[in-house]
Every structure is written in structure tokens, then in C-alpha cells.
Design a protein around this ligand. Structure first.
Ligand code: ZN
Ligand code: ZN
Length: 406
């Protein structure tokens, strides 16, 4: 199996070195203007501007999402097609504490550098950079997948900043719920018997969930928060509302959990006399990394000096709409360490880490590893065939995979 030719690899590195300062500006601009799900107008415009200036044909407002985009670049005539996927949404209340400024910039950088390297080497191929909004809730990749944006792609690649480096990320299937109980307000001292307590309904539901957790299979998670729980201490709370996530290692068990989750909320409504509005929002699939791409990715992460490790399956996992992408197109979503081990994402510390010069350096190395993996797919038909047959053989059993050379 051959690695990308030396000249393509050298050209990728040369383009990334040339664009280093510009890419730093883009990443910091996104980081310092955090925009949450489907409101990422500035980040989207910034990335589209960058890609346009590098010869990509950019379509915005894709799949009914104003902050989604598809940028296409062509080297020569025809050839395979590789997608690099951008994320750029921030977390509610915490800014870029998941470092999606680095994901968006790295995927754009990978696309730009690979397109230039292919063109200068006379290798035909198509590079598609896809802007996917709302990873932290909303699931922008789902409509993009459903609209066939990845149907003609041989592979789709994106990295995620982390406190460890590895080519295989594990992610749980996940459902996002909104809930609201409605009761009746009354004077909490004078006429408590006239009230129907919507906060009590939530306490019932929360207790039910807390008891249920002990009975769940390994890896399953249920967690959420209350947004409205009353308006004054002298009024029986008329309304309570909030959000929850249910998570499991596979879609079938998540379905089972979701049935029980709804039953717990319904029981709480019944017990307290409240009415319940329970809305099941987006569901993300579990993430299935492509084994062949994972091997290539591991090799290239090593080549660019990021010293990848192989994590234990299901260790410290979250969820991502890259799961949905991984069912539609051969995918890997490597993690790259931008900070010391133990600093996890969705924290204030990680948000600060996502803006450092060290993070920028790691992001560019990670972008190079993505571009080199994409170059393998475009320039080596044997790799392409293996990727395709590995994908067709899904579901491959992840616990059997122990990483490169092991
Ligand atoms: Zn996140
Ligand atoms: Zn994230």
C-alpha cells in the first residue's frame, strides 16, 4: 500500500505553511465570535470567503439551512471525490468550548491544501468542503446526508480537538428531548390545594430517571436540565420545562430507552395531574469509523508528529452527527490533542485551549493528516477499493479493531 506520493505530501505541507497566518485569523475570528446552532452566519461567511479566494465554487443556503455550505474544487478532469467537513457552531453558554473553530478551519485547510497539491501534481480529483451547522444540537449533517451531499463522495473526513490523539473516535447514538409540564398556579400558602404543581411533576420525572439509571446497559446515559421551574416562591409553579439527552451504544437500545424515557415523563404527569408536552428532536446515530481510513489516518497522524494512541473502545465518549455521516459515507473523525490529558471539552479550560498557538499548530498538523488521508483515497485505487469494501461489509465489529499494527 503506497502513501501519497512525496510531491503531493510536500505540496500539502507547503500550502499549509503559506496559509498559516491567514488560517490563524480565521480560527481566532470564529473563536472570538461564538455563534450557536443555525446562527453561525459570521463563521459561515468567513469560511466561504476563504474557500472562494482559493478557487472553490461555493454554494450557500444548502438543504434548507442558511448557515450550511458546499464548496467544490476540481483538479483536472474527473477523478475520485473526497469531502472535508467543517463544523463551526459554539456551545450555548460556553462559547467555543468544543473547539469547533479548529474543526471548521482544519477542514477548509485540508481541502485547500489538497486541491492545490493535486492541481500542481497533475492528479485529477474533486475536493468538496462541506459546511455543517449545529453539531452541538440540531444536527446539520442529517439534512445534508438526506439530500445526498455525500452520495458521490468516496470518503468524508474531519478532525476534532481533544486532550488525546487517535484516528478512531467513538460516539454514542443520542436523542435530544424537550419537555414541559403544565399545571395550575395558586397561592402557595393560602390555596395550595387549588394548585397543580408542575415542578413536582419534574421532580417525579427526575427521580424516575435517577432510579432507572442503575438498570441501564453499559455506556447508556441520560442527562438534562430544567429551564423553567417556577416564577415566585409564593406561587405553586404552573410550568416547568427543560431538555434531556438519552444516549446508547446502538440505535436499537436507544429506541428501547426512549420508550421508557417517555413512559417516565408520562407517569410523572399522571401522578401530579399535570399535562405533558414531550418533543423528540433530532437523533444522532452512533459513529462507525471506517477501518481502512482509520489505519491511513493513524499512519498520517504519526507522520505529522502527533503521536496517535489507540483508545479503549467507548472510553469517554460523547455523541455527534458525524454518526449519521458515517452510515452514509466512509468516514473517520480523528481526535487531536490540543491540551494536556484530562482537560475535557465543554469546559472553560478547553475553550481557552482552543485559541492557543499550540492548538493552531496541532490543527494544521491534523489538517495535513486529513489531506494526506484524502490524497491516499484520490491517488491510490487500491486504497479506494479497500475503503469501499470495508464500508460495504458494515457493520464491522469495532471491539475487534485494535488499531494500526496491533
Ligand atoms: Zn461538543
Ligand atoms: Zn465538538
Amino acid at each position: 500500500m503506497s502513501v501519497a506520493t512525496g510531491s503531493i505530501a510536500d505540496r500539502i505541507q507547503a500550502v499549509l505553511a503559506e496559509q498559516r497566518t491567514e488560517l490563524r485569523h480565521v480560527s481566532l475570528d470564529i473563536h472570538s465570535h461564538p455563534e450557536t446552532a443555525f446562527e453561525e452566519t459570521r463563521a459561515c461567511a468567513t469560511l466561504c470567503g476563504l474557500l472562494k479566494s482559493q478557487g472553490f465554487e461555493v454554494r450557500r443556503d444548502v438543504s434548507g439551512m442558511q448557515t450550511a455550505f458546499v464548496a467544490d474544487g476540481q483538479s483536472g478532469e474527473g477523478g475520485p471525490r473526497v469531502a472535508f467537513v467543517c463544523e463551526y457552531d459554539a456551545l450555548r453558554g460556553l462559547g467555543h468550548a468544543c473547539g469547533h473553530n479548529l474543526i471548521g478551519t482544519a477542514s477548509a485547510a485540508a481541502g485547500i491544501s489538497l486541491l492545490r497539491a493535486l492541481s500542481e501534481s497533475g492528479v485529477p480529483g474533486h475536493i468538496r468542503v462541506v459546511g455543517s451547522p449545529a453539531e452541538e444540537g440540531g444536527g446539520g449533517k442529517i439534512p445534508l446526508v438526506n439530500d445526498g451531499v455525500f452520495d458521490d463522495c468516496d470518503t468524508a473526513l474531519l478532525l476534532h480537538p481533544s486532550d488525546r490523539t487517535m484516528s478512531v473516535m467513538w460516539a454514542l447514538a443520542c436523542t435530544h428531548w424537550h419537555w414541559a409540564f403544565t399545571g395550575r398556579a395558586s397561592h402557595a400558602a393560602g390555596d395550595p390545594d387549588q394548585g397543580i404543581n408542575a415542578l413536582d411533576a419534574f421532580v417525579h420525572a427526575y427521580t424516575g430517571i435517577s432510579l432507572w439509571r442503575q438498570q441501564l446497559k453499559d455506556g447508556a446515559r441520560v442527562h438534562g436540565f430544567i429551564e423553567e421551574g417556577g416564577t415566585a416562591p409564593n406561587i405553586i409553579p404552573e410550568r416547568s420545562s427543560g431538555e434531556f439527552l438519552t444516549r446508547a451504544r446502538d440505535a436499537a437500545y436507544l429506541d428501547e430507552m426512549n420508550t421508557r424515557f417517555a413512559a417516565i415523563f408520562e407517569a410523572a404527569a399522571s401522578a401530579t395531574g399535570c399535562t405533558l408536552e414531550l418533543t423528540k428532536n433530532e437523533t444522532y446515530k452512533d459513529l462507525r469509523s471506517n477501518r481502512v481510513l482509520a489505519d491511513r489516518g493513524h499512519l498520517h497522524l504519526d507522520e505529522v508528529g502527533l503521536s496517535p494512541t489507540v483508545a479503549k473502545p467507548w472510553e469517554r465518549v460523547g455523541s455527534t452527527d458525524v454518526g449519521d455521516l458515517s452510515y452514509a459515507c466512509p468516514t473517520i473523525h480523528p481526535e487531536v490533542a490540543i491540551t494536556e490529558e484530562g482537560v475535557s471539552c465543554h469546559t472553560h479550560e478547553f475553550r481557552e485551549a482552543a485559541a492557543t498557538e499550540e492548538a493552531h499548530d496541532v490543527m494544521l498538523r491534523g489538517a495535513a493528516a486529513l489531506a494526506l488521508t484524502g490524497a491516499d483515497v484520490i491517488s491510490d485505487s487500491a486504497v479506494r477499493d479497500e475503503v469501499r469494501s470495508s464500508f460495504a461489509a458494515e457493520p464491522w465489529r469495532r471491539p475487534e479493531w485494535r488499531g494500526s499494527g496491533a
